[in-house]
Design a protein around this ligand. Structure first.
Ligand code: SF4
Length: 212
């Protein structure tokens, strides 16, 4: 029998699929991250070139390791030996067949909200890769775009800043100070209202807590 949280995720996830389709995204709801992995592999044919940003979600799921293990042409900036090579791999990632990422938040009516430090991830989401697969846990659903931005600035960005060991005020006390720090990870903000070309972005909602 489902828990109340699983019931909420199933109901809201299925509703969100419809909202995303109205905005010309391709969309799926999967109960578990194992199902979401299968869906991702069904959407991305082996032999494709793939890349990703710094997403915790796709690493937690084991998806990045699985891309290496299977027959994909991987552009992995984590394998760069220095900052120059990382930058070059981030540029190459803009030309892959499929870019895989999470989203910082998604609204109940299907808008994707993202904030980026360097901008490579939001660039790939907007334009470049032929396809984008977005995998998002139901813990990232917010009522409105404003609520989503608040979530990112007050929760996801401070946690990410700590993860990257950034020299930012939020990494010191866990609170956003709206900083202008050179290491700020809140420099580019992307609101993806609709998907154009239609179905270029494929959103897989997962009925679990993934990432932050
Ligand atoms: S303090 Fe700076 S880096 Fe941290 S969440 Fe606020 S704007 Fe972003």
């Amino acid at each position: 029998m489902s828990t109340p949280l699983e019931m909420r995720n199933d109901l809201l996830g299925k509703k969100l699929v419809g909202e995303l389709e109205k905005r010309n995204f391709e969309a799926y709801y999967c109960k578990t991250s194992a199902e979401a992995m299968e869906k991702a592999f069904a959407l991305i044919p082996e032999g494709s070139s793939v890349s990703w940003g710094g997403s915790v979600t796709i690493r937690e799921m084991g998806l990045t390791d699985a891309f290496h293990a299977k027959n994909y042409k991987v552009v992995d900036r984590d394998l760069a030996k220095d900052a120059d090579e990382k930058f070059e791999l981030q540029r190459q990632a803009l030309m892959v067949d499929c870019y895989v990422t999470s989203t910082n938040a998604i609204t109940e009516d299907g808008v994707l909200v993202n904030i980026d430090g360097v901008g490579n991830r939001v660039a790939a989401m907007s334009f470049g890769p032929k396809n984008v697969v977005v995998i998002v846990g139901m813990n990232k659903v917010e009522k409105t775009a404003e609520d989503a931005l608040t979530r990112v600035r007050t929760y996801a960005a401070p946690v990410n800043s700590m993860r990257f060991m950034g020299k930012t005020p939020c990494a010191v006390d866990g609170v956003c100070h709206n900083c202008k720090s050179p290491e700020s990870i809140c420099n580019q903000m992307l609101i993806t209202r609709n998907c154009r070309p239609a179905k270029r972005i494929k959103v897989i909602l997962v009925g679990e807590e993934l990432g932050f």
